[in-house]
Design a protein around this ligand. Structure first.
Ligand SMILES: [Zn+2]
Length: 250
């Protein structure tokens, strides 16, 4: 069994354990690298602890999200013990980030960032639009629970973005799409401005992420203050359905 573990470490598969790597790295300033690796391995069946999460800077959390997506994209995801994570997080949660993502079934944030139970808060709504309830959720995540990063995650070929471009009218969806329309009008694009043009749809989705970040800052003085103090970072990103890659856009 031990041999198997060592072999795993040798071929790099133990490198994948996401947030904890940085958390423990930050704790172990000046400690030999081997110590970090050992603790990294021990974390395989546990969720983030408060100490681990709090030891990370917002930038380190973003780096861990990037590393997690790299593991996902390259098929080297963590071999996770979900039951262990469930048990270790039952008494409390200390997620490192809150992610506002799209309803799209192909963009499950926890999976594309290779995050475990208890690692991230995730709010999903078509077109990853901001509304009062999402703002309240993000304020809870950061100001109450202590998450370090607010990430708005858009994606390519977003159906909600296409619907906004096409002026779709359908029940309550009409009002939701209205939240995306400012991105349609603000997107500068030289080619055909049509929902059939993938480049245009993706350009609008990218604008939509930027506008969502601006709206979060404008409508949530609580989050804006935390960001100004350096307690949290806000970032946007685009997930590519075709490649599985997340491109952070600032
Ligand atoms: Zn979408």
């Amino acid at each position: 069994m031990k041999k198997t573990l060592n072999e795993s470490r040798d071929n790099g598969t133990l490198d994948r354990r996401r947030f904890l790597g940085t958390a423990l790295g930050a704790c172990a300033i000046g400690a030999p690298l081997g110590l970090v690796s050992m603790q990294l391995a021990a974390s395989m069946s546990e969720s983030l602890t408060k100490e681990q999460r709090d030891s990370m800077t917002p930038s380190q959390v973003i780096d861990e999200l990037k590393k997690g997506n790299e593991r996902f994209r390259t098929g080297k995801m963590a071999r996770r013990d979900y039951v262990g994570e469930q048990r270790s997080s039952a008494a409390g949660q200390y997620p490192a980030a809150v992610i506002l993502g799209c309803l799209d079934s192909r963009v499950p944030a926890e999976i594309v960032f290779d995050a475990g139970i208890g690692d991230t808060f995730v709010g999903r709504v078509a077109g990853n639009v901001v509304n009062d309830d999402m703002l309240g959720s993000m304020e809870f995540a950061c100001a109450v629970s202590g998450a370090k990063v607010v990430l708005v995650l858009g994606h390519t070929a977003c159906g909600a973005v296409k619907g906004a471009i096409d002026d779709v009218v359908l029940g309550n969806l009409t009002g939701l799409l209205a939240r995306i329309k400012p991105a349609v009008s603000e997107t500068k694009f030289d080619g055909e401005r049509s929902s059939k043009n993938a480049s245009y749809v993706n350009a609008v989705a990218r604008t939509n992420v930027g506008l969502a970040l601006a709206e979060i800052r404008r409508r949530s003085p609580i989050l804006e203050d935390l960001e100004k103090k350096g307690s949290i970072k806000m970032a946007g990103a685009m997930y590519d359905l075709a490649s599985g890659a997340v491109d952070f856009v600032g």
